[in-house]
Structures are given as structure tokens and as C-alpha cells.
Design a protein. Structure first.
Ligand code: PLP
Length: 397
């Protein structure tokens, strides 16, 4: 192949990636070769989108909701999000001026960080983490500053390390509870300490609450509800995880109206607007019956219990009990520190998709993330395959 004559930008060399999509592509290749793969690599519910939401999407297409929409989202959806967000979190009402809608939470994270960070600004975030925060901050020339999540605290932040890493350049602190990739959930005490820190150092808190409906042992608590935090918190949320709508692409953020206008300007300059019929489907999700969401959560709880018990029964693996999201973050360090090689072995040799923990940051080294958004039958099959394949990895190592 000829070397490309095209020189890409310096900034693009700082982009990270979400490896789940690469592993998914390899898993699909194996399937095309006739292998049956258990998909535990990507964070998407295996459930289908609830019927009333699908019907609303179909109706919207039939009714010609096929034109451009305002860059911040259609007013009806923004109203519904504002109403839902304040009711669900128990916080005084938002209105549509607080809401910016986009094709997934991910592009909204991008546009939000673009609206907030200048070169040299520092952004604190948990390590391991959903890769989009670090990738975007690096691209922008800001400095991502990782703070370790501790397995000994069931993957909650080390608050002393967090406080020690605040500098005069720190502008943004990203939290994500329930957390991807570990399933960790910050407690009220954690959030209180974080809120106090944010207040003392005048930090903007981005609270990624996309797994707020995927929580198993506690009530969901948003940091925005703590005294003084509503003004300095930006909430990220969306439809992918709660309503099994990953492929529809619909997410949003909640923030102060002036910032919302700037983020909307980024929407306007990038994707212009979000598909209008998809927004109509989102409206049906928020206004319609909540039972499908609750049924999915109950099913996830059973799966969590099954996978945690199963992983802990395999010699060399150990897994704390995740309290939210739909990920089990297994410690594999008794077998190897090379988590990516082990995840690749699971895919190639056992046909089980998973992700090496280091795909989520340096502190993920020695862990493998399994998404348990798959049936109990598939979880059982995956566990049996892993248990029988592991001795071969050990003897080859
Ligand atoms: C923590 C977190 N935030 C945001 C997203 C983005 O979700 P989407 O773009 O599908 O709305 C994800 C998806 O995996 C996630 O795990």
C-alpha cells in the first residue's frame, strides 16, 4: 500500500478510542465464520426497545417528522426531559432552556467539553473511565488528570487523591455514578465531600448519570441535589441504557441556560440537529409506561448476581459486586497483568467478547470488563467457556 500523502492534524493524534467498537467488529467477523459468540464486550442492553417507543418512532416517520429540528432539540422533548429530570431526581423544576439534546450522550459530552475547556485547563476524572472524556479533553489541548478508583472501596473514588490533585488550573471534575466500566456507585458521603471540594475550588461538575436507571442496591442520588450544586453541575443522561435505545442515538445534557446556548452552538456547527422522528420516540419513552424500564432493571439484577457468583467460582478470577450499570469488572491480576491479551484470548479461543480493563485507563490494568447485558443462558455459557479455556491461557503464558 502507498504511504498516505495526507497529513492529519496534530490534535487528531491525541484522540483516544472506545475499544468496544473494535472488539465488536472482530466478534462479528468470527460470527461470519460460523462461530457463536457471547457478546459481553459492548455496553448495550440486549433487550429490544419497548413496543410503545418503537410504535411512536414508526408513527413519527409516517407523519413526516423527517425535517430538520432546532439544534437544541424539539421543544416538546426538551419540556418532557426537564419534567422527568426534576421529578426523577427530586430537584426543583428545570425548563427547556436547561436542556440540550443530541444524537447520543457521547456527542453531547464532546460538545460540552468543547464549550468548557481551553488549552491548559485541567479536568479531573476517574480512572478507569468511559474513554470519551479523556479523548476529548486531550484533543482540546486540556490536561486530563486521572484519579484512581479503588477496588477496595468497591470502585469508588479515593477522595484524598481527588483533593490532592486539584490545582489552580482545575476547571472541570467529571463523575460517573453508576460507573462504567466498574459498576461502582458513589455514596451520599462521597458526593458530599466532592460537592464541598467543588464549592471550595469553584469547579464545574459534569455528572454523567446515563446509568441512573441501572442501579440495584440503593436509590439513585444525583450530586445536583446537594446544597449549592444545582448551579455548578451539568447532568449527562440519555435513552441508550435505560430504554434499550442504543442504535436510535438519543441523549441530552442539563445545564445552566447560558452554557446551554453555547453547547447548542456546537450542535449547530457539528450535527445541526438530532433526527426528528427519533426525538418523537424519545418523547414516548418519557411520557409512556415506565414498567419496561423497571422490568429490565430486575432482569439486570439477576444477571449481575449470576455473573458475579460465576466469576468468583473460577480459579484466578475475583469480582466485587457492582451496584449499578451492567458491567462486572473482574480482577484477573492473579492470572496476568496483560488484561487485553486475556480479553483477546477469551474472544478468539472461547468466543466470549469482553474488554481489557486497561482500555479504560491505566488503573484498569489487570481487570477485564464483562457487560452482563446478555441473557442468563448466555452468561452461563460464557462462564463455562471461560473456565474451560483458562488453563490453556495459563500454560501458554
Ligand atoms: C458513562 C457513559 N456515558 C455516556 C455514554 C454514551 O451513551 P450514548 O452515546 O449511547 O448516549 C456511555 C455509553 O457507553 C457511557 O458508558
Amino acid at each position: 500500500m502507498l504511504a498516505s500523502r495526507i497529513r492529519t492534524s496534530q490534535a487528531s493524534s491525541r484522540l483516544g478510542t472506545e475499544s468496544a467498537f473494535d472488539v465488536l467488529a472482530r466478534a462479528r467477523e468470527l460470527e461470519a465464520l460460523g462461530h457463536e459468540v457471547v457478546h459481553m464486550e459492548i455496553g448495550e442492553p440486549d433487550f429490544n426497545t419497548p413496543e410503545h417507543i418503537k410504535t411512536a418512532g414508526e408513527t413519527a416517520i409516517a407523519e413526516d417528522y423527517s425535517h430538520y429540528s432546532p439544534s437544541a432539540g424539539i421543544p416538546e422533548l426538551r419540556d418532557a426531559i426537564a419534567e422527568y429530570a426534576s421529578r426523577f431526581r427530586g430537584i426543583e423544576p428545570y425548563d427547556r432552556s436547561n436542556i440540550v439534546v443530541g444524537p447520543g450522550a457521547k456527542p453531547i459530552i464532546w460538545n460540552l467539553l468543547s464549550a468548557l475547556l481551553d488549552p491548559g485547563d485541567e479536568m479531573l476524572y476517574a480512572d478507569p473511565a468511559y474513554p470519551a472524556y479523556e479523548s476529548c479533553a486531550s484533543y482540546l489541548g486540556a490536561k486530563p488528570v486521572p484519579v484512581t478508583l479503588l477496588e477496595s472501596k468497591n470502585f469508588r473514588l479515593d477522595l484524598d487523591e481527588l483533593a490532592a490533585k486539584v490545582t489552580p488550573h482545575t476547571k472541570v471534575l467529571v463523575i460517573n455514578s453508576p460507573h462504567n466500566p466498574t459498576g461502582g456507585v458513589l455514596t451520599r458521603d462521597d458526593l458530599t465531600v466532592i460537592a464541598d471540594l467543588a464549592d471550595r475550588h469553584d469547579l464545574i461538575v459534569i455528572s454523567d448519570e446515563i446509568y441512573s436507571r441501572n442501579i440495584y442496591d440503593a436509590e439513585f442520588l444525583s450530586i445536583s441535589t446537594l446544597p449549592g450544586m444545582r448551579e455548578r453541575t451539568i447532568i449527562i443522561d440519555g435513552f441508550s441504557k435505560a430504554y434499550a435505545m442504543t442504535g436510535w442515538r438519543l441523549g441530552y445534557a442539563i445545564m445552566d441556560p447560558a452554557l446551554a446556548r453555547t453547547v447548542t452552538l456546537f450542535n449547530n456547527n457539528t450535527f445541526s440537529c438530532t433526527a426528528t422522528f427519533v426525538q418523537r420516540a424519545g418523547l414516548a419513552a418519557l411520557r409512556g409506561a415506565d414498567e419496561p424500564v423497571e422490568a429490565m432493571v430486575e432482569e439486570f439484577r439477576k444477571r449481575r448476581d449470576a455473573i458475579v457468583a460465576g466469576l468468583n467460582a473460577i480459579s484466578g478470577l475475583s469480582c466485587t459486586k457492582p451496584e449499578g450499570a451492567f458491567y462486572a469488572f473482574a480482577n484477573v491480576s492473579a492470572i496476568t497483568q496483560n488484561d487485553r491479551a486475556l480479553a483477546s484470548f477469551f474472544l478468539e479461543e472461547a468466543h466470549v467478547g469482553s474488554l481489557g480493563g486497561s482500555c479504560f485507563g491505566a488503573a484498569g490494568r489487570g481487570y477485564v470488563r464483562f457487560s452482563y447485558a446478555t441473557s442468563l443462558g448466555h452468561i452461563d455459557l460464557a462462564l463455562r467457556r471461560i473456565a474451560s479455556a483458562l488453563p490453556r491461557f495459563r500454560s501458554a503464558a
